[in-house]
Design a protein around this ligand. Structure first.
Ligand code: AMP
Ligand code: MG
Length: 487
């Protein structure tokens, strides 16, 4: 482990300074032979990190935490979490490190964080490591989400460690370098609250306000305003997931941010055929985090956040609870408003179509998609052409032609705007069969398919010749897709 000046970056340690009780200074495990697999050059540039330098041997050591810039204090963060409903008081970064915070040229403070960087005091029984496949998976899916306009942590790079990671078999190891507006989670508040130290809780809340929800600072009830801001951010985020057909897969409270960014891509995946009950994760046997349960899961997590904040809402506990309940009660209407507005955009409906009409149109469509096992992304994208007069693409996806023709007639009467629809209905998403194909090639040493997939999904709305297979639904024999946690 060497400490050397890094020419291009300063890493601040505001989190560690302000919230030392939630940070354990720690070092990444040594990686003798790091090899860069993928680098996000535009993101590197945004951070003020020279891509050429990151591609150098020094840069690779920086990206696995072995070259620490002078003045930086890498830490493992402490947090708690409800995992599938059960409270675990001490989770924390078991295999991750916050290297520090980068302040961009335009003044944004961003966490630079490593995953797979070795055991920490929070590792419990885990080995602290990560495999190439899951880290590349996070890279592809988080960058696709960003390109879709969905708030998310970003992926800067994946570096192979050259070391084996023992899972069911021995897999090649990797470290993911990721960037987030912060790594504050609902679980961070649960941890602070569980210490019983209200001063710490208040400092954490103030840190979150400064960093993410500065509007709350001037509100008469600043902590209630913080809670309301998190409700607003999360209701909008989950509505976007639902509109995109995204299933997070492990919405534990330690995997829900205060900023409203999607975080911790483990067993996540996008819907192929539309089915509200879809679950991909091998460990979610009960379907707690099924596609259609995501809004409820988010609301449940926000109730857990409210519990931690009660001592800050008011002196009197009864009054605190009343304030929390009232605020939480607005989650559903906010979520419904965000989702309905998004669906109207997906269907290209003009503003003068009334809500009842739009709702019935959407409900009829979703029932039709479900009954006919229709590919969700392809259908909505195809509707853009249907709005312009060519409905063959969407008709080709539906078995019950009488039903789809009836629906199309009803919908076309509203004169939907096909061009506007093409700006919100992606043509390329990280389809499960393509992700699997790209990851297995990468693990076998061929990064070509991964690069092509990243190119397709990071410009998701621009249809390009030659990329037809990236727009096509999964082959018939690709059913029952199962994902595994990012271990
Ligand atoms: P996750 O399911 O990835 O959100 O992780 C839940 C908790 O398990 C977090 O505290 C992680 O740091 C920890 N964890 C997951 N995998 C490992 C691992 N291989 N080694 C150590 N800790 C891990
Ligand atoms: Mg996590």
């Amino acid at each position: 482990m060497s400490v050397a000046p890094v020419p291009t970056v300063t890493l601040d340690d505001r989190f560690a300074r302000e919230l030392g009780e939630l940070a354990v200074a720690w070092q990444a495990a040594s990686v003798p032979d790091p090899k860069l697999l993928v680098l996000n050059e535009p993101l590197a540039t945004e951070l003020g990190l020279a891509p050429d330098w990151l591609r150098s041997p020094e840069g690779a050591r920086f990206l696995v935490g072995n070259l620490v810039p002078g003045g930086a204090t890498p830490v493992a963060q402490a947090y708690s979490g409800h995992q599938f409903g059960g409270f675990v008081p001490r989770l924390g970064d078991g295999r991750a490190l916050l290297l520090g915070e980068v302040v961009t040229a335009d003044g944004r403070r961003l966490d630079l964080h490593l995953k797979g960087s070795g055991r920490t005091p929070f590792a419990r029984g885990g080995d602290g490591l990560a495999a190439v496949g899951p880290m590349l998976r996070e890279y592809v899916i988080s960058e696709a989400m960003h390109a879709l306009g969905i708030p998310t942590t970003r992926s800067l790079a994946v570096v192979a460690t050259g070391r084996g990671v023992r899972r069911e078999t021995v897999l090649p190891g990797a470290v993911l370098a990721r960037v987030a507006s912060s790594h504050l989670r609902v679980g961070s508040f649960q941890y602070a609250a569980a210490t019983g130290d209200t001063g710490l809780l208040r400092r954490l809340a103030d840190h979150a306000i400064t960093r993410h929800h500065p509007g709350a600072a001037d509100a008469p009830h600043r902590y209630l305003a913080l809670f309301e801001a998190v409700i607003a951010a999360q209701s909008s985020l989950v509505a976007r997931w639902m509109l995109a057909g995204f299933v997070h897969g492990v919405m534990n409270t330690d995997n829900m941010t205060i900023s409203g960014e999607t975080i911790d891509y483990g067993p996540c995946a996008f819907l192929d055929a539309f089915d509200p009950a879809t679950v991909f994760s091998s460990i979610d046997a009960g379907g707690r985090y099924a596609y259609s349960n995501q809004p409820l899961a988010a609301e449940w997590n926000l109730a857990r956040l409210a519990e931690t904040l009660l001592p800050l809402f008011a002196e009197d506990e009864e009054q605190s609870i009343a304030l929390a309940m009232e605020a939480l009660g607005r989650f559903r209407e906010r979520y419904a408003a965000a989702w309905s507005a998004g669906m109207r955009a997906k269907l290209g409906l003009p503003d003068d179509v009334d809500d009842a009409e739009a709702t019935s149109l959407v409900e009829e469509l979703l029932a039709l998609l479900q009954a006919n096992h229709v590919d969700y992304t392809s259908f909505f994208r195809g509707l853009g052409s249907a709005a312009r007069g060519d409905a063959e693409a969407v008709r080709g996806l539906v078995l019950d032609l009488a039903a789809v023709d009836g629906w199309l007639r009803r919908w076309r009467a509203f004169a939907p705007d096909g061009r506007a629809m093409d700006r919100v209905n992606p043509v390329y998403i990280p389809r499960n069969h393509l992700v699997e194909e790209a990851l297995s090639a990468a693990v076998g040493g061929d990064l070509g398919p991964l690069g092509r997939l990243v190119d397709a999904v990071t410009a998701p709305f621009d249809e390009r010749p030659g990329l037809e297979r990236y727009a096509a639904p999964a082959p018939e024999d690709f059913g029952g897709y199962v994902t595994f946690c990012g271990t």
